[in-house]
Ligand binder design. Structure first.
Ligand code: ATP
Length: 265
């Protein structure tokens, strides 16, 4: 599902007190591709993700899922189309992992007569794809941070969304699981937008990037075109090497002072 924003913006507070958090931006998320949203802390990444998810109402502009204005969809329809994995998934309930993953089927309950088998298949497949099948009977509070992260991804996969939104999905994960998770997500073929902090992982796995800085869109497009040494220096104040080898690689070597930016590229 293609997702577009038109002059989408959000400000905190109202009237004269309003503080712009996300300046109006137009982005297009292409169907079936993994789009990374990157930028320094506080640049507006989570705000953009929440606006796309419909969790936050834009103070200006619109979001379209394919041809449909997202603001006009019922919350049930939106839940059928969009799955969001939050940065700090919390639940105090004593649910098992399987029960958490089954929550992903709620938007579809009653859609098809006798859909129970389909639900069971979706849950089983999601547990396997997110590598949490062995944890299916474990109670949520007993899980580690990384196990919770993967279980939440399984819940989102079980939802069979047309748009998957992930806020720092590699948080808490060891390197093997970071790579495995992004490989899994990239292989789903579902339109996905993921907020990522690790530029090397973004370089390796994202088809496209959206780069934000201080609430502004700095660049958007195919990763190999967007991710340059100059961009990393200007947006992140980090000296980096970007290599186009078997895969796109980004490695950093130190910080860049503002006075070093001028004329460096
Ligand atoms: N409700 C709010 N009221 C005031 N300011 C807000 C509100 N929500 C977000 N902000 C501010 O907007 C900016 C962008 O926040 P956002 O969480 O979108 O950034 P981010 O890029 O996801 O940051 P991080 O990388 O630290 O997670 C931050 O400076 C934040 O403090």
């Amino acid at each position: 599902m293609r997702v577009t924003t038109q002059s989408l913006g959000w400000s905190a507070g109202r009237g004269r007190e309003a503080v712009p958090v996300l300046r109006p931006l137009d982005v297009a998320v292409e169907p079936g591709r993994l789009t990374g949203v990157v930028g320094p802390n506080g640049s507006g990444k989570t705000t953009l993700l929440h606006l796309i998810a419909g969790l936050r109402r834009p103070t200006q502009g619109t979001v379209h899922y394919a041809e449909a204005d997202a603001a006009r969809l019922s919350s049930r329809r939106r839940a059928q189309l969009v799955a969001l994995v939050e940065q700090h998934p919390q639940t105090t309930l004593e649910l098992t992992v399987r029960q958490v993953v089954e929550l992903g089927r709620i938007p579809h309950v009653g859609r098809w007569p006798g859909s129970k088998d389909g639900d069971a298949d979706a849950v089983a497949q999601a547990l396997a794809v997110a590598s949490v099948g062995h944890l299916a009977h474990r109670k949520w509070p007993t899980l580690s941070g990384g196990e919770r992260q993967r279980a939440q991804l399984a819940r989102a996969i079980a939802q069979r969304p047309r748009l998957l939104l992930l806020d720092e999905p590699t948080n808490h994960l060891d390197l093997r699981h970071q790579i495995a998770l992004l490989q899994t997500v990239a292989g789903l073929g579902v339109t996905t937008v993921a907020v990522l902090h690790d530029l090397d992982l973004a370089a390796a796995f994202c088809d496209d990037l959206v780069v934000l800085d201080e609430g502004r869109l700095v660049a958007a497009g195919p990763t190999a075109q967007v991710l340059s040494e100059r961009l990393v220096a200007e947006v992140f104040s980090v000296r980096a090497r970007v290599q186009h080898t078997d895969r796109l690689r980004m490695s950093w070597s130190g910080l860049v002072r503002p006075d070093q930016l001028e004329g460096a590229w």
